[in-house]
Design a protein around this ligand. Structure first.
Ligand SMILES: [Zn+2]
Length: 303
């Protein structure tokens, strides 16, 4: 085999996924398990175990490096991780050293939502465009930016924190320590909180979506408000960056049918004239593969 290949990780608070992928995007092997209640050393051991299993499954392939999509807001150049709200035990650990030592490969870390945005740009919903804003609507809200066909990561990999754009001055308290962040109005957590405030007996955003699809007026109002809040936030980004396309992924994107119209209306209403209707807004296509594919692509670009 002459084509280069990489191993790539997508580490979440619940699941850890590792794949072996070629430079043209073919996935040669996949492994996953649960992040679970592990110490930082055990998390790294588990990632290494999955990586070794991928190596064996892929057969006679040379791996150039290990790309790692990590849910952290800060990554210093040396590999030390900043805060990780969903995997706090890894904060302050050095991912390049920990995994490099276990795998004997160079490790290239990248923020998980940035990786998902690059994955969709490489092989998914925004393929063939130049300027992309990715939004991941999950437990929290993440984001990523492609500017002039390159992933823009900013200082310490911290770019794209769309979830912490302030959309309501003095609004709901956020896990980041501030108030009124977009995440508090558009995440799965926010949808469930609002449903409970309206007296609905639900524990997941999927359940709220199902109620909305069945015609429940309270559930429909929650998605209408969520779409409107998201469109307001996207209009801020649209006025600043004027991208070709917004790509919306993550679990809450499954509620698309309930929020597409209000998000589009708010995006148009709050963008500069013509700019809101010009920009495309679409759903992500790659599902759980976006993060690992983006981490691999970013790694190939760095080598
Ligand atoms: Zn925040």
């Amino acid at each position: 085999m002459t084509e280069r290949a990489a191993l790539a990780l997508d580490l979440g608070g619940t699941n850890v996924r590792v794949v072996a992928v070629t430079e043209s995007g073919d996935i040669l092997a996949r492994q996953h398990s649960s992040t679970g209640r592990r110490t930082s050393g055990e998390v790294y051991d588990e990632i290494a175990r999955l990586a070794k299993a991928c190596r064996e499954e892929a057969g006679d392939v040379e791996f150039a490096a290990f790309g790692a999509a990590i849910p952290t807001t800060e990554l210093d150049d040396g590999g030390v991780l900043g805060s990780l709200p969903n995997i706090p035990q890894l904060a302050g650990t050095n991912i390049k050293e920990e995994l490099g030592r276990r795998l004997n490969l160079e490790v290239v870390p990248v923020n998980d939502a940035s990786a998902a945005t690059l994955g969709e740009y490489w092989l998914g919903a925004s393929k063939g465009t130049r300027n992309v804003v990715g939004i991941t609507l999950g437990t929290g809200v993440g984001g990523g930016l492609i500017v002039d066909s390159r992933l823009y990561v900013g200082v310490a990999g911290g770019a794209g924190e769309i979830g912490h754009i302030t959309i309501v001055s003095g609004g709901e308290a956020c896990g980041c320590g501030r108030r009124g962040c977009l995440e508090q109005y558009c995440s799965a957590t926010a949808i469930v909180r609002q449903a409970k405030e309206r007296g609905l007996q639900v524990t997941t955003s999927e359940a709220v979506f199902d109620l909305a699809e069945a015609g429940d007026p309270e559930a429909k109002a929650i998605f209408a408000q969520m779409g409107s809040s998201l469109g307001f936030g996207l209009a801020i980004i649209n006025n600043l960056l004027s991208p070709d396309i917004f790509v919306v992924g993550g679990g809450v994107a499954n509620g698309w049918a309930q929020f597409f119209e209000p998000v589009t209306a708010a995006l148009i209403e709050n963008s500069l004239p013509d700019r809101g209707s010009r920009v495309k807004i679409v759903r992500a296509l790659l599902g759980d593969d976006a993060g690992v594919l983006g981490a691999a692509k970013y790694t190939f670009q760095q080598l």
